[in-house]
Design a binder for this molecule. Structure first.
Ligand code: FMN
Length: 197
């Protein structure tokens, strides 16, 4: 199983990427192959000049083709997804997410903009013809407090629970497409959550 993880935050230390880190560890635990792409990987000039034939974009397209499913995250910027993420997705061919389940994740400063997930992010994924879009996870900055000691964001229990549910449904959706994958038995308990966190 091959899962592509796309990070839409331009920040080096990022809350939305912290949720992706958790998802990546979750799948690695079950021996799935994960590939990771960040908007930060792209040369700004490639995006500004819409160089869709550039090798950076072609490599990204190849990774999408190889993926059985996609997990994609964005911070909320001006009540919507980050513009830099749109600049990257704009350079993809039409229907790039066709026949792939997609799990969207968003983080925003407050809960006031949580509808950005349903009214902004999901329509963008639908435009790329994602096969099945999971309900997704929205976390506000209160759900991701920074720990100076650990020098990282700590995910709240409530968001961990939502992530676990979404990851399981996402996995099942990929499994329906590729019938040869074994039906994994998930043991989501306090110990495994501690390890993933
Ligand atoms: C330029 C900018 C615009 C933002 N606009 C919004 C916004 O409209 N609504 C909101 O809830 N949060 C907004 N925020 C807060 C971020 O969405 C929030 O801190 C998020 O968790 C950042 O994710 P990241 O750390 O992955 O980049 C904005 C932050 C920045 C830097």
């Amino acid at each position: 199983m091959n899962i592509l993880i796309i990070s839409g935050s331009p920040m080096t230390q990022s809350r939305s990427s912290t949720l992706l880190d958790y998802a990546q560890r979750w799948f690695n635990k079950y021996s799935a192959v994960t590939q990771r792409v960040s908007v930060r990987d792209f040369d700004a000039n490639v995006l500004l000049n819409a160089e869709y034939k550039h090798s950076q974009i072609q490599d990204f397209i190849q990774k999408i083709k190889e993926a059985d499913g996609i997990i994609i995250a964005s911070p909320v910027y001006q009540s919507s997804y980050a513009g830099i993420l749109k600049a990257v997705l704009d350079l993809l061919p039409q229907r790039s997410f066709m026949s792939k389940p997609v799990l969207p994740i968003m983080t925003g400063g407050t809960d006031s903009h949580q509808l950005a997930l349903d009214y902004a992010f999901k329509p963008l994924l639908a435009a790329l013809k994602a096969e099945e879009i999971m309900s997704g996870v929205y976390a506000s900055d209160n759900d991701l407090k920074h720990s100076k000691q650990a020098n990282k964001y700590i995910i709240s229990d409530q968001i961990i629970e939502r992530l676990n549910n979404n990851l399981q449904i996402f996995y099942q959706s990929m499994n329906r497409n590729k019938k040869h994958y074994p039906n994994l038995v998930f043991h989501v308990n306090a110990q495994s959550i501690m390890e993933l966190r």
